[in-house]
Write a new protein. Structure first.
Lengths: 159, 592
């Protein structure tokens, strides 16, 4: 299993390599990606470490990390549920599907369950309107959902 | 370098100008004042607010004149009906996401946004939409951040990173959710903010203001059981007139003293007295270091923002920092001891108030290591702006009040104490005294021109007893970084360094009156006039060297003994420690 020390070392090595290149300061986004890949999200001590190593003020790193949606500032669950709230899904009952998930897992959009199992996200159109309403858990699409069917799918992950 | 001469047309008339200028700069030279908001001549171009748009013939859309360069034959229109309407819409949209609480706002009648809206002729709100709602950050002793008032012009972000090189502020999130904040949205008190208050000075609205203590002070001034004592910093007298509509540059120490007595202060002392005392201690400390007892170059410690900056950004230089407390804290320590004894009062029954040009002094006053026998040396710090408001609020006519003198025994000062307020002043004052302490001879040529003025870093040298003493002066925390780097590279280069946290020194402090109708924040002309007010006061004094101040001599005779005595060390000196979070100064990165 990869330890915190390993992650630290990998990130450090990555930054050292960046520093040897021209304009290392312009590689901040790449470094943040690497950190997120290693840690799953960007936590403050990791951003502090990047700031010190790269000599970039933390306020600037914070600005970049909060600007781009693909950086997570909070730990994510093992599985990410993305409920499509696009037009087609919405008219076919995505709202009820979303409510069922919220109720079952006791969380709001953007939050993670206490056991660290699920993170709930909303999305717009996954390109599978024929299956509406749909949700995506990690990389897999689940279509023709009803609130009941949705809860069953969630339960299947708990086993 | 002069650019190539070109011809442009503005509003139908031809003008000669040169290549390399922006439309706004060229127009400024021709007597046009294109409305503007995020632009500041001392800061990088942001182009964020779009208020300064103009029409350029042949361009598809309006351009931001602050950012767009002129070119030969360019035809510019600054004031067509369409431009006026577009510009007004832009300002209305900014106002739409801004609280409608002008009459209860700290910047009421002194707000750039308010003035801009008025000049646009906005008399009605056309847009009503969602408005941002955030909590104020009241955690700092000095600076209050109110994101609801923020219009995202970015001047604070730029001054903090470009001029002060602190980079405490940045834009976080995006679009409608954008907020100016320190990293991780941490409370100001836990951030790398040095409390210099320059964000307050450049903010066009009230998104940054000082922590205000005026109501608390009014209440305490009405308490008959306590003795109310004030001290006034040099730079306050050089600028307070501006808050009453006067041109910059009129010194008002006597009027201010009289006004403070009317407000209810029992004693009014002069921080310039303790500036003289600082010089006695600091010059003596310097001479000791020069003789091998301690590290060189010695660096001054008067500026509170600078001290916090050292602790967080330059902890490697802590041994170089003079152990002298600031004049404010020295005065506070004397008020609680020497003065309390003189008037036979318990130190706790004295209210010690400092009237300062500075927001960081509020932070300094709260430092636990500066306490004197368990009491803060200074109970409360109010800025020039706050005291100006109190004077107006109490119905005191500062402009026509009969001037009064400071109180004894902490009110008399030399010319050397006066010039502390301008960059280079502490060094000049220290040299006047160190020279004589060391050689026993009087330094005749005491106006050290090379240390005056607003160049970022100034150098000078003086020969003391055959030895060349090299000194340097920096003002503004960004210039301080450059100077320190020079001193790190060549430790022998300088013997003595003066650093002031604010551009111009204390006269440009974060608590000084806001720029008026005809000036801009940090206007160098205004700083020059304030500095001249101090240099004139110096020239008008018969005593111009700190060691000749008879009341300082008396203080040593009756109470302290001599400079650097055990008692002096106990009351007038301190030590600073490295602090977290560590500040980061980027080398080349262009940080927004």
């Amino acid at each position: 299993m990869i330890t915190t020390e390993d992650r630290k070392a990998v990130l450090k090595e990555f930054m050292q390599k960046v520093k040897e290149q021209k304009h290392p300061e312009s590689q901040l986004i790449a470094i943040l990606h690497k950190a997120q890949e290693l840690y799953g999200y960007l936590e403050q001590p990791v951003m502090d470490e990047i700031a010190l190593t790269m000599n970039i003020p933390t306020a600037h790193i914070w600005g970049v990390a909060t600007f781009y949606h693909y950086f997570n500032l909070k730990p994510k669950g093992r599985h990410t549920i993305s409920v499509c709230l696009g037009t087609a899904c919405y008219v076919k009952g995505a709202g009820q599907v979303l409510e069922a998930i919220k109720k079952e897992l006791k969380l709001e959009i953007g939050q993670t369950t206490q056991d660290g199992m699920f993170t709930l996200a909303e999305t717009r159109c996954l390109g599978t309107c024929g299956l509406a309403p749909v949700m995506m858990i990690d990389e897999k699409i689940y279509g023709n959902l009803t609130p009941k069917k949705t809860v069953e799918i969630l339960n299947s992950f708990k086993k | 370098m002069e650019g190539k001469k070109i011809t442009i047309s503005i509003d139908g008339k031809l003008y000669q100008t040169q290549e390399g200028l922006t439309i706004m700069q060229a127009a400024d030279q021709m007597g046009f004042h294109i409305p503007r908001l995020c632009y500041h001549p001392k800061l990088s171009i942001e182009g964020a607010c779009r208020v300064c748009i103009v029409e350029v013939e042949g361009m598809r859309s309006y351009v931001a004149s602050c950012a767009y360069p002129v070119s030969d034959g360019m035809k510019i229109h600054t004031n067509t009906q369409e431009i006026r309407r577009a510009r007004r819409d832009i300002v209305e949209l900014i106002l739409d996401n801004h609280p409608q609480d002008c009459h209860t706002c700290e910047r009421d009648s002194n707000c750039e946004l308010q003035r801009l809206a008025s000049s646009m002729g906005i008399r009605k709100r056309h847009f009503e939409g969602e408005r941002k709602q955030y909590d104020k950050d009241l955690s700092s002793t000095s600076v209050v951040r109110d994101p609801n008032k923020c219009i995202l012009c970015g001047r604070c972000v730029r001054i903090c990173s470009e001029v002060q090189k602190i980079s405490n502020l940045g834009f976080a999130h995006r679009g409608f959710q954008t907020v100016v904040m320190p990293a991780y949205n941490m409370p100001f008190k836990d951030s790398v903010c040095t409390a210099c208050g320059q964000c307050i000075n450049v903010c066009p609205t009230a998104a940054f203001v000082e922590k205000v203590y005026t109501q608390d002070l009014f209440q305490k001034l009405n308490d008959p059981k306590i003795v109310k004592v004030a001290q006034i910093a040099p730079s306050v007298r050089a600028a307070i007139g501006e808050a009453f509509g006067l041109e910059a540059g009129r010194a008002m120490e006597k009027e201010l003293t009289a006004a403070l007595r009317r407000l209810g202060f029992d004693y009014v002392f002069d921080t310039q007295f303790s500036a003289d005392l600082t010089i006695m201690e600091e010059a003596s400390e310097f001479l000791e270091r020069l003789q091998g007892k301690g590290k060189l170059p010695m660096v001054t410690s008067c500026s509170s923002a600078w001290m916090k900056c050292v602790e967080q950004f330059h902890p490697d230089m802590l041994e170089n920092i003079s152990t002298c407390k600031s004049p404010m804290s020295m005065m506070g320590a004397l008020i609680r001891t020497y003065f309390a004894d003189k008037i036979k009062k318990e130190p706790k029954d004295i209210l010690s108030v400092a009237i300062m040009c500075c927001t960081a002094k509020k932070y300094e006053a709260a430092r636990p290591e500066l306490m004197v026998n368990g009491l803060p040396a200074v109970d409360m710090v109010v800025t020039t702006r706050e005291i100006a408001w109190m004077i107006k609020s109490a119905g005191i006519d500062l402009l026509h009040i009969k001037g009064e003198d400071f109180d004894e025994p902490l009110g008399l000062s030399s010319g050397a104490g006066v010039i502390f307020g301008a960059t280079g002043g502490v060094m000049e004052a220290a040299i006047r005294t160190a020279y004589e302490l060391y050689t026993g001879e009087t330094l005749l040529d005491i106006e050290l021109e090379s240390l005056r003025g607003f160049q970022g870093i100034k150098e000078g040298a003086i020969t003391i007893d055959g030895k060349e003493i090299r000194v340097a002066v920096a003002h503004g925390l960004g210039n301080a970084v450059t100077l320190l780097d020079m001193a790190r590279k060549e430790p022998e280069k300088y013997h003595f360094i003066e650093i002031m946290g604010c551009p111009g020194g204390c006269i440009g402090g974060g608590g000084q009156p806001y720029a008026g109708l005809n000036s801009i924040p940090l206007d160098e002309e205004c700083l020059k006039k304030r500095a001249h007010a101090l240099y004139d006061l110096d020239r008008g004094k018969t005593i111009r060297r700190s060691h000749e101040n008879p009341d300082v001599q008396r203080l040593y005779k009756e109470f302290l003994g001599r400079p650097l005595s055990a008692k002096s060390h106990q009351l007038l000196h301190t030590h600073y420690k490295a602090k977290e979070p560590r500040g980061i100064i980027p080398q080349e990165l262009k940080v927004r």
